[in-house]
Design a protein around this ligand. Structure first.
Ligand SMILES: O=P(O)(O)OC[C@H]1O[C@@H](O)[C@H](O)[C@@H](O)[C@@H]1O
Length: 560
């Protein structure tokens, strides 16, 4: 594919930005067009049998407070067509090896293919093959039901009620985020810990509160070679054997979620207690795979299945909807519009939902590990900016910390706000929910309308020298996502996949490989070398004076 900047739609968008885009005044656009909300809002309805309420849940994506006209949308769609977004999408769903630097298919959609459509990689039916998607799901169902019912017992015959997931990156962030998001559905007698950091504090704190007789360890690692995970897993194993006086049965207390059977058995976990998946599942897309076992254990397999089904509904929408109606494609194209034509560097995602408090952290890996790339498909550096810096926190908290910059800073920060119409906790007669909603609506409105100097003056009693400080520029774009019910497993699945395919669309336009992550390797290699040097005499070799100096100081102060 050609670099995006060589496409005619790209130059056309540049001229369009000059003549129209940078002059759009959103509040006027709304005044001039009473139908603007209808024109730029898209909706997906999830099937009733998987939705959190008794009717199918609508999820509304209001793109109308973005700096676009109908013409802009047409031109962005043209860009997607010229960049081959649909062709690339179809290649992904056909199991082609679109991860071209690793020679792999990108097939996480197969993991949530609950309608069991034929999906093949290299001619192999990944759904129904022995050890394939359906077999692993059945293994997860049986195991999670056994643990939840107490039929699966620890070595002294007790029910396992503490789950410690040991994993990092995608083998941590998805399970943490989803179990937090679905806490309302979680087993009340279960305690979950997610240990990811190599900082010994993480595993120590989890173990300090756990009883080996009732603890189940899930060692979650696609490769089973990640230093943090193997080290934490070994520490957990030693703790378990020590605490049980060597009588603890590893087979009853340790399972592996991985693609690497030989490393799993080397570690001491029986292959029968391994839940597998394939190399075509990228780490940041693995929550749908065996890596999601903690989710199935916590919320039950039926809910895990609904989670997959909600994701599948969004997959089908992405595959079938024409680009102009295609929700994730529009989200991705807007990101390109802001990144490449307005010079935006960031993307804020703020869920007005406490259960979604780890959602932005999860999306950080999804977005930035996917599209934090410079090199395009022909090996040359992109002549344009690529992946934005994604950040966020739940609201209303974020409003009381960094929203100052979003409202009055010098940067343009395209923002997504997410709200569920129904709360799982309608306390105080829904007062909290109404206040939450009022903030969700008010923030998007305030960012758009701003406040002029005249309006500040009209408030009265404002000394003239303070007027400029109280002005809000406004015209700051937001996308408002409204879940027309509560956020249950299916709704969450659909929301995640919206961001997955948004990220896909961005990467497809930017002509980069969104599916490798070579950028995380260099630091790992250097850390290995330095680890050895900590145990050797001196301050290492071949380092710059800063690294060498700090290494020496660390050894001196730390007593190493
Ligand atoms: O699951 P694994 O193999 O232990 O990998 C964990 C993480 O390791 C990181 O190094 C990768 O960048 C992530 O993509 C990955 O999710």
């Amino acid at each position: 594919m050609a670099p995006a900047s060589s496409l005619s739609a790209w130059s056309d968008l540049h001229s369009h930005h000059e003549s129209v885009g940078k002059n759009i005044v959103l509040k006027d656009a709304f005044k001039n067009d009473p139908k603007r909300f209808d024109k730029f809002t898209r909706k997906i309805t999830l099937p009733a049998d998987i939705s959190s309420g008794s009717n199918g849940t609508d999820i509304i994506f209001d793109f109308s407070k973005n700096l676009i006209t109908e013409e802009t949308l047409d031109k962005l769609v043209k860009l997607a067509e010229e960049a081959g977004v649909e062709k690339k999408r179809d290649a992904m769903f056909a199991g082609e090896k679109i991860n071209f630097t690793e020679g792999r298919a990108v097939y996480h959609a197969a993991l949530r293919n609950v309608s069991n459509q034929a999906m093949k990689v290299d001619g192999v039916d990944v759904m129904n093959a022995k050890g394939g998607v359906n077999d692993v799901l059945e293994h997860m169902r049986v195991f999670s039901e056994q643990v939840r019912s107490g039929e699966w017992k620890g070595y002294t015959g007790k029910k396992l009620t503490t789950i410690i997931n040991v994993g990092i990156g995608g083998s941590d962030l998805g399970p943490v985020m989803v179990t937090e998001a679905l806490k309302h559905y979680g087993a009340k007698d279960m305690t979950l810990h997610f240990v990811s950091n190599i900082d010994g504090t993480h595993i120590a704190e989890a173990l300090a509160n756990s009883d080996p007789e009732t603890t189940l360890f899930l060692i979650a690692s696609k490769t089973f070679t990640t230093a943090e995970t193997t080290t934490n897993a070994n520490t957990a194993k030693s703790w378990f054997l020590e605490k049980t006086g060597g009588k603890g049965d590893i087979a009853k207390h340790f399972v592996a979620l991985s693609t690497n059977e030989s490393e799993v058995t080397k570690f001491g976990i029986d292959a029968a207690n391994m839940f597998g998946f394939e190399s075509w599942v990228g780490g940041r897309y693995s929550v749908w795979s065996a890596i999601g076992l903690s989710v199935a254990l916590y919320v039950g397999f039926d809910n895990f299945h609904k989670f997959l089904a909600g994701a599948h509904a969004m997959d089908q929408h992405f595959q079938q909807a024409p680009l102009r109606e295609n929700i994730p494609a529009i989200g991705g194209l807007l990101s390109v519009w802001y990144s490449n034509f307005y010079g935006a560097q960031t993307h804020l995602v703020a869920p007005f939902d406490q259960y979604l408090h780890r959602f932005p952290a999860y999306l950080q890996q999804l977005s930035m590990e996917s599209n934090g790339k410079t090199i395009t498909s022909d090996g040359s550096p992109a002549k344009y900016t690529t992946g934005p810096i994604l950040f966020g926190e739940p609201c209303t908290n974020a409003q009381h910390s960094f929203f100052q910059l979003v409202h009055q800073g010098t940067k343009l920060i395209p923002s997504d706000f997410i709200l569920a119409a129904k709360s799982h906790n309608p306390v105080s007669d829904n007062l909290h929910q109404k206040m939450l909603a009022s903030n969700y609506l008010a923030q998007a409105e305030a960012l758009m309308v701003g406040k002029t100097a005249e309006e500040v003056r009209a408030e009265g009693n404002v000394p003239e020298e303070l007027v400029p400080h109280k002005v809000f520029m406004g015209n700051r774009p937001t996308t408002s996502i409204l879940v027309g019910g509560a956020i249950g497993p299916a709704e969450l699945g659909a929301l995640i996949v919206y961001y997955e395919h948004l990220t896909f669309t961005e990467g497809a336009v930017w002509d980069i490989n969104s599916f490798d992550q070579w950028g995380v390797e260099l630091g790992k290699v250097l850390a290995k070398k330095i680890l050895k040097e900590i145990d050797e005499e001196g301050a290492g070799s071949g380092h710059d004076s800063s690294t060498g100096g700090l290494l020496g100081a660390f050894k001196a102060y730390g007593g190493f």
